[in-house]
Design a protein around this ligand. Structure first.
Ligand SMILES: *[C@@H]1O[C@H](CO)[C@@H](O)[C@H](O)[C@H]1NC(C)=O
Length: 323
């Protein structure tokens, strides 16, 4: 895996990203997996995060592990997370940045709190930005990499790279346990072109279909066209399902009854980069605009999500926007 990353990133002058940032994040995913396996109890830690979600002991353990990993990388100058959505200096101020590379990391340490107790698959979401802030930056250009950690029976990761001067890349990695190496499972994750024998759909917030005529029409379309339901309620495994199968569509609409819930900085931007690097699309269901088009003004912003193969996203957009 190391030599493959080197061949992709060294020619682009991204030594720190290649030798320090990505390895530190992959090792951290391995650590979080270990800490989840060793957590016999999953309990509320007694606080709520800035978004009003109850904070779990495992959320806080994951948050701390990511913060420790970031502090080890001198090129990471700024960090913020879903648990603490304020941009702050990432290190202890002691490390000297050895190169011209300077990154900001925005992350959701453990996505899927509500399905941790039944031991379903959950994930970590990380976005890596060029420069000292993600705020007021063009997401499609400045978020140059993202990483998803997937904690299921196996621990895997998806890496997207879109570094200026290079081709977009999407890789699937098998994460090793302590002392083991990480291995490439697939060096080129691509969503396939139609026709498909099966079509997969993942409808989040299905309960609001009763209050939204367009969402109900969309669900009826999926049923009438014999789509196969693949939805578990964890954003990361639901997205990774489409990447592994090579096609599918994920829909999290925004309706009057159900305001936008997904965080643009900590969830939507990293996932949108992965979808685009795999040849798919990710749009805002309220406007039809690409998720990565509009800069962030505030770390707390939320939106809905439609993503997957371009063809399916187009169909969903038409039905949801009533076009
Ligand atoms: C949770 O699932 C993992 C594998 O997916 C397993 O190793 C572990 O024992 C399970 N833990 C519990 C408490 O069921």
């Amino acid at each position: 895996m190391e030599s493959h990353l080197k061949s992709l990133l060294q020619p682009l002058g991204r030594t720190e990203l290649c030798d320090s940032v990505i390895p530190a994040l992959l090792d951290c995913i391995s650590e979080i997996a270990k800490s989840l396996r060793e957590s016999q109890h999953v309990s509320l830690a007694g606080t709520t995060n800035a978004f009003g979600d109850g904070q779990l002991n495992v959320d806080m353990a994951a948050e701390n592990l990511v913060r420790e990993a970031l502090a080890k990388c001198p090129s990471i100058v700024t960090a913020s997370s879903e648990e603490e959505p304020v941009e702050r200096a990432a290190g202890d101020g002691q490390a000297v940045n050895p190169t011209s590379e300077k990154y900001t990391v925005a992350f959701d340490p453990l996505d899927g709190s509500s399905i941790i107790a039944p031991n379903w698959t959950v994930g970590t979401i990380l976005g890596i930005w060029d420069g000292a802030s993600a705020i007021n930056q063009q997401p499609s250009e400045k978020q140059i990499a993202s990483v998803l950690g997937v904690y299921g029976p196996r621990t895997t990761a998806i890496i997207a790279l879109r570094v200026p001067g290079g081709e977009p890349q999407c890789l699937e990695i098998g994460i090793g346990g302590s002392g083991q190496e990480h291995q490439i499972i697939r060096s080129n994750v691509r969503l396939a072109d139609p026709p498909f024998k099966t079509r997969y759909f993942a409808p989040a917030n299905l309960r609001v279909a009763g209050q939204s005529e367009n969402y109900m029409r969309l669900i009826m379309h999926f049923i009438e066209k014999s789509y196969t339901l693949r939805y578990c309620g964890g954003l990361v495994p639901d997205i990774v399902h489409a990447l592994v199968k090579g096609h599918g569509v994920y829909v999290s609409p925004v309706t009057v009854a159900s305001p936008a819930k997904l965080r643009r900085l900590y969830e939507l931007f990293p996932i949108a980069l992965i979808m685009e690097c795999a040849g798919g699309k990710a749009i805002d269901p309220a406007t039809g605009e690409d998720i990565l088009n509009r800069p962030l003004e505030d770390c707390d912003e939320t939106a809905g999500l439609v993503c997957g193969t371009a063809e399916e996203v187009e169909i969903v957009k038409k039905v949801l926007l009533g076009a």
